[in-house]
Structures are given as structure tokens and as C-alpha cells.
Design a binder for this molecule. Structure first.
Ligand code: ZN
Length: 214
């Protein structure tokens, strides 16, 4: 479970309150979170397929630079042309789903049939969000998500795992963006990590949120 300090840091990194974070699967060498893991069903019942969310602002902005530079188009072209890469990427998708099941088991959220077989970031056949892939690579370690691993290598001039880049990366003075970081807080606040809760008109129009950008 994330500590109260972890949740405080996460909300500062993201500039908004965090909800339903159940684990911190990757940390800076200094101990601060790099990635937050969210259970596949939120406390309010919403299915949530994006298990691994990149939270560190230095990494997030570096990955945004890659996206702006066209890396995803290039990766999608290679996925279409290189069957070995496509196979490895499909395996990454399967690994993502297995990791999510394990997290759900530890968090006690049970089966989430609404998102069975649905991962995130465009997997298993496309690249739609490099932040998702990098979050997965950091959580899983090298050798699991080939395109997340590539993206991490590509940001090495801005971030590497052996150094701390936390100094000055977020506001450390004053109150964190939310005082109430409990799993079962008041309704009506953003319910998910890193972005506002989906607008829901009723139970049968409940949306799932596919992928995040910070
Ligand atoms: Zn650090």
C-alpha cells in the first residue's frame, strides 16, 4: 500500500488529488514514486483499465517530447512491418493484463469483466500513448514492454533510472492539492489518478477511461 507520504507526493507530482492508488510499482532512487498503480475497479465502481500511471513530472514531460517528435508514428509503422516486434508487443499486452489481475487480487477488487482483455496505451496492436508504455516498462522492469523500453532509452538525455531528478520537479511547500487522500473520500471529486473523473450520466452510460496523459 502507498504510504500517506507517497499519496502526498503523488498529488503534488500531478497537481491534483489522487484516488484509488493501491501500489507504487516504481520508485526513484530517492524513494519517491515514479508510477502509481490503480486497481481495475475504482472505489466508486468504475472499471479502470489503465493500471500503471506515470507520475513523475520529469519523465512525463520527457515522454511528451517524444510524442511531439513523432515517435508513435514511427513505432506504429514498425509494428505493421515487423512481426517479431508485433509479437513482443502483444506479449507485453498479455503481461499487462496479468499484472493487473495480480494487483486486483492484492487490492481485493475482484474480477472486472467490463475490461477483460482491454489493456491501455493502444496495446496490443497500436501505440496511442507512450506514457502508458513507459509506465508499464518502469513497473515491469526491462524486457517486458519493448516499445516502453525503447521510449525509456530515448529519454535518457532527460531522465535515467540511476539518478534522482526530483529536486524542484514539483511544489513541496504548502498544502498538497487534496487533504483527503483516503480511498473512500467524498464523492464528486476526481476519482482517478491524473485526470478528471469521467462524466457519468447514469449507471448504464458509465465510461471507462482508456489511457491517461498527465
Ligand atoms: Zn528522486
Amino acid at each position: 500500500m502507498p504510504s500517506a507520504h507517497d499519496l502526498d507526493v503523488l498529488s503534488r507530482q500531478l497537481g491534483r488529488p489522487v484516488r484509488d492508488v493501491v501500489e507504487i510499482p516504481a520508485r526513484c532512487v530517492c524513494g519517491n514514486p515514479l508510477v502509481a498503480a490503480t486497481a481495475p475497479r475504482l472505489g466508486n465502481g468504475t472499471p479502470f483499465p489503465t493500471t500503471f500511471y506515470l507520475t513523475h513530472p520529469v519523465i512525463t514531460s520527457a515522454v511528451s517530447r517524444l510524442e511531439a517528435g513523432g515517435t508513435m508514428n514511427e513505432m506504429n509503422d514498425r509494428l505493421a512491418a515487423d512481426s517479431r516486434l508485433a509479437d513482443a508487443y502483444r506479449e507485453a499486452h498479455e503481461a499487462y493484463l496479468r499484472a493487473r489481475d495480480e494487483i486486483a487480487g492484492r487490492a481485493g477488487t475482484g474480477e472486472v469483466p467490463e475490461i477483460a482483455g482491454v489493456s491501455a496505451g493502444g496495446m496490443p496492436t497500436r501505440v496511442k500513448c507512450l506514457h502508458v508504455l513507459v509506465g508499464h516498462s518502469l513497473a515491469a522492469g526491462p524486457g517486458v514492454n519493448p516499445l516502453g523500453d525503447e521510449a525509456l532509452e530515448a529519454i535518457a538525455e532527460w531522465w535515467t533510472k540511476d539518478r534522482c531528478y526530483c529536486e524542484g520537479a514539483w511544489e513541496t511547500e504548502g498544502e498538497a492539492p487534496s487533504k483527503d487522500l483516503s480511498r473512500h473520500g467524498p464523492q464528486g471529486l476526481p476519482a482517478i489518478v491524473g485526470r478528471p473523473a469521467p462524466v457519468r450520466k447514469g449507471q448504464d452510460t458509465a465510461e471507462t477511461t482508456e489511457e491517461g496523459t498527465a
